[in-house]
Design a protein around this ligand. Structure first.
Ligand code: NAP
Ligand code: ZN
Length: 360
């Protein structure tokens, strides 16, 4: 008989899980593997709440497995390391993002692009190499292979910094890869949520001029005064959008729901690049003409490899780039998910795991 999540491994763990596509969270007892020779075990201190957690909790992408313990913006303190671990030691602060495994041999893996490995293993809701299901950071304890551990910079805040492990790398990577990081460029960021507000901060740190394109007029003042955006367009205001046509070198689209692409493509200059990082559950409509006439490019991007994730965290620490967060206890998660679904968070929920989730 197959073992239960509570008994399949030796280490006791507690977390919060959804049991079905209703997406309602409740406490969940499970277990973690013993620390293997290449593994790092750590006590989870904080975990960010990504919109992907909400998509997955409600099975909006159609591949969720229940019980589901989300969380892939995980930071904590190392409590045990395997005999062959070199990267960190007990007491160090560490992070785990969206990945806990990959084949380590393919072209993608050997080029530090584990995120594009066809055998990449997601931090939660995936099948690990030992055939058990992975559980994420809405839990008190993590065990992960050291290759997928990020070293936390000294004196860099853990609570506000946690969202960088997904929101940070997902926006940093395409800005770099597509060359949208050159000082003086005009960059548009669509959707001012968890990913979007971090994208604004990185784009500003690279010296670009940033236009936020948002459905929420009430985010305008803060976007300009606090986040440092240069311009703010209300995407549902056709006049405003028309006036800004042909002004942008690149766009990072972080929108989590179905939305029209045509008005966004119109904002690009000829040869402009639009990168989708948001993952709406339904396909977007792609009009050909605005792409052809300006030789514009539309692309996608998913998180980043481990080397680039470490580079991004070190860059953020050096330039003091920190997400704006609302810290919550774990038993607020159902309300937090409702609010996230309504874009009612400035700009990322982070769960204070150490304070609010006690092992029994
Ligand atoms: P979020 O905090 O909810 O932000 C999404 C933003 O999109 C909202 O704040 C809102 O901004 C805008 N928006 C929401 N509904 C909209 C609609 N119907 N029309 C137009 N705009 C709308 O979510 P997030 O955590 O940043 O994640 C964003 C998306 O990226 C999700 O789909 C997530 O799964 C995906 N994601 C992808 C990767 C990757 O590797 N590619 C990694 C992480 C997350 P305004 O109020 O400003 O309009
Ligand atoms: Zn995420």
């Amino acid at each position: 008989m197959a073992k239960s999540p509570e008994t399949e491994h030796p280490l006791k763990a507690v977390g919060w899980a959804t049991r079905d596509a209703s997406g309602v969270f409740s406490p969940f007892k499970f277990s973690r593997r013993a620390t293997g020779e290449h593994d790092v075990q750590f006590k989870v201190l904080y975990c960010g709440v990504c919109h992907s957690d909400l998509h997955m909790a409600k099975n909006e992408w159609g591949f969720s497995q229940y019980p589901l313990v989300p969380g892939h913006e995980i930071v904590g303190e190392v409590t045990e390391v395997g005999s062959k671990v070199e990267k960190v030691k007990v007491g160090d602060k560490v992070g785990v993002g969206c990945l806990v495994g990959s084949c380590r041999q393919c072209d993608q893996c050997t080029n530090d692009l584990e995120n594009y490995c066809s055998k990449a293993i997601l931090t939660y809701g995936a099948v690990y190499t030992d055939a058990t299901i992975t559980y994420g950071g809405y839990s008190n304890l993590m065990v992960a292979d050291e290759h997928f551990i990020v070293r936390w910079p000294e004196n860099f805040p853990l609570d506000t910094g946690a969202p960088l492990l997904c929101a940070g790398i997902t926006t940093y990577s395409p800005l770099r890869y597509f060359g949208l990081d050159k000082p003086g460029m005009n960059i548009g960021i669509v959707g001012l949520g968890g990913l979007g507000h971090v994208a604004v901060k990185f784009a500003k740190a690279f010296g670009t001029k940033v236009t936020v394109i948002s459905t929420s007029i009430n985010k305008k003042k803060e976007a300009i005064e606090k986040l440092g955006a240069d311009l703010f367009l209300v995407s549902r205001d056709p006049e405003e959008m028309k006036a800004a046509a042909g002004t942008l070198d690149g766009i990072i689209d972080t929108v989590s729901a179905h939305h029209p692409i045509l008005p966004l493509l119109s904002l690009l200059k000829p040869h402009g690049k639009m990168v989708l990082v948001g993952a709406p559950e339904k396909p977007l409509e792609l009009p050909a003409f605005p792409l052809l006439t300006g030789r514009k490019l539309i692309a996608g991007s998913a998180i980043g490899g481990l080397k680039e994730t470490q580079e991004m965290i070190d860059f953020a620490a050096k330039h003091n780039i920190l997400p704006d967060v609302e810290i919550i206890p774990i038993d607020y998660i159902n309300t937090a998910m409702d609010r996230l679904g309504k874009s009612d968070v400035k700009y990322r929920f982070v769960i204070d795991i150490a304070k609010s989730l006690k092992a029994e």
